[in-house]
Design a protein around this ligand. Structure first.
Ligand SMILES: [Zn+2]
Ligand SMILES: [Zn+2]
Length: 127
């Protein structure tokens, strides 16, 4: 039996994550996936998300002590609203490439770059 076989639950979680740009928390993923898989538990969703992150199928990063998940594995940066936690993607390949190049000059082999820009989103700005 192949150990890294994708279970149906894991596949559904991954499919959902790939369909959104919201960088959801585990609770948000659970609410959506439970519509199709009513027997799934929050603990199972957590376990699968962590498994996917550890196998580099998805990204995991912390915002205000909460894990957020992203199935977009292309190099990009995240702009995070300090007020509401809204996350939007920024695709500035150069930032990532320059960071990797710089890290290599210090005799270090970089594997991933996680750039987070904190600020206030459009929706919160007017308030
Ligand atoms: Zn906001
Ligand atoms: Zn993202």
């Amino acid at each position: 039996m192949k150990k890294n076989r994708m279970t149906n639950q894991r596949l559904k979680i991954l499919e959902y994550l790939r369909s959104v740009k919201t960088h959801p928390t585990a609770e948000m993923v659970y609410k959506e996936v439970a519509k199709e898989l009513p027997n799934i538990t929050l603990a199972t969703v957590y376990r699968n998300l962590n498994h996917l992150a550890e196998n580099c199928e998805i990204q995991r990063f912390e915002v205000n002590c909460t894990s957020r998940f992203d199935a977009d594995m292309s190099f990009h940066q995240h702009c995070i609203c300090k007020k509401c936690g809204h996350i939007q993607d920024l695709f500035e390949k150069k930032i990532t490439e320059d960071t990797i190049k710089k890290a290599r000059t210090t005799n270090f082999e970089p594997q991933s770059v996680n750039v987070i820009i904190y600020g206030i989103c459009k929706g919160c700005k007017g308030k």
